[in-house]
Design a protein around this ligand. Structure first.
Ligand code: NAP
Length: 305
């Protein structure tokens, strides 16, 4: 295998030390950052993610609350919970976990969030600011993609500022929470950005152009070695459940076929242990940033940029 495997666990550990330190500093100024998650229904992956975020918040000593609504909750119930959290001074960041039951309109839910607590930048105001290149919050998953890319570039003596101009970044996926913001962040760095999605004809013709490839499609093994060029830097966002036909056990794989792409890549992120661990820490970092902003204290580690 040729490609260097980027260790997301190690980078997440480093980042969590920064977040913890910033949190302690804020306490001195009287601020108490607090993150709230809203889980509607019993989606297995969303519930598992909620437990994971809770454990991390406890480890980092960040206040944490979860609001769990039943599967048959209606839009009004979700909006009532959001109204309560918006008004709660102990909560500085709110994350609405996806997927929500199909009857609940995500855009209406997002619009109800206090934009100053919307740490995943899904409120139209925050999504707009991000698209214009002056984000209030950078959503945790795309932020993590660039955090690990930047760290990898620096580890190979390349400055991100001079690396991205002139490179072709291909993003597979255009969700509001991952694909679109990842494309925006690439544009901010002056990469030439191509965004692909399920209606793209001949996906491989685009992925083969990528110097940097970010795949966030939710399709296990979608991108294979024959679809990338030699020397690509490949970032796999996917967390796709696969059931072992013999044992029936579920394990998680990425959207990139790891073995065949790693054989051609300069560097690649694994699943698990790539983007995921950094995402979780970034989310808490954004709640800390929101608390700092409320106090008019400049965040020292720049989770908002
Ligand atoms: P999503 O909302 O379902 O969006 C998936 C996107 O991929 C859509 O834009 C879709 O296109 C596109 N797509 C689907 N099939 C495709 C195909 N065959 N070819 C090209 N594009 C295709 O998913 P998401 O929330 O962005 O998440 C994507 C993946 O990342 C999932 O596996 C999710 O579990 C994972 N995830 C990981 C993290 C992390 O921290 N690592 C965080 C969030 C999500 P259309 O727009 O045309 O439908």
């Amino acid at each position: 295998m040729a490609g260097k495997v980027i260790d997301g666990n190690m980078l997440a550990e480093e980042l969590s030390e920064h977040v913890h330190e910033e949190l302690q500093q804020l306490r001195v100024s009287g601020a108490r950052p607090g993150l709230a998650t809203i889980l509607v229904g019993d989606d297995h992956a969303a519930a598992a993610y909620e437990r994971h975020v809770r454990r991390l918040a406890e480890r980092l000593e960040c206040e944490y609350a979860n609001e769990h609504l039943p599967d048959d909750a209606e839009l009004a119930d979700v909006l009532a919970v959001i109204g309560k959290l918006n008004a709660d001074p102990r909560i500085t960041g709110i994350l609405v976990l996806r997927p929500m039951p199909s009857g609940i309109s995500e855009p209406l839910v997002y619009r109800a969030l206090d934009p100053y607590k919307d740490v995943e930048a899904v409120h139209p105001e925050n999504a707009g600011l991000l698209a214009q290149g002056r984000p209030r919050f950078v959503p945790s998953t795309p932020a993590s993609c660039f955090y690990l890319l930047d760290a990898y570039l620096r580890s190979t003596d390349r400055e991100p500022e001079s690396f991205y101009p002139g490179t072709t970044l291909v993003v597979v996926g255009r969700s509001d929470s991952v694909g679109k913001p990842a494309a925006s962040l690439g544009l901010q760095r002056h990469a030439t950005v191509v965004t692909c999605h399920s209606r793209t004809n001949d996906l491989a013709a685009f992925t083969r152009q990528a110097d940097v490839l970010i795949v966030a499609a939710g399709v296990a093994g979608l991108v294979t070695g024959d679809m990338v060029r030699d020397g690509v830097i490949a970032v796999d966002v996917g967390i796709d459940p696969i059931k072992d036909p013999e044992t029936g056990k579920v394990r998680f794989v990425g959207d990139i076929d790891f073995e065949s792409v790693a054989a051609k890549a300069e560097a690649i992120t694994p699943v698990p242990g790539g983007v995921g661990p950094i995402t979780d820490v970034w989310l808490i970092g954004n709640a800390v940033s929101a608390a700092a902003a409320a106090l008019r204290v400049e965040p020292r580690f720049g989770f908002t940029t």
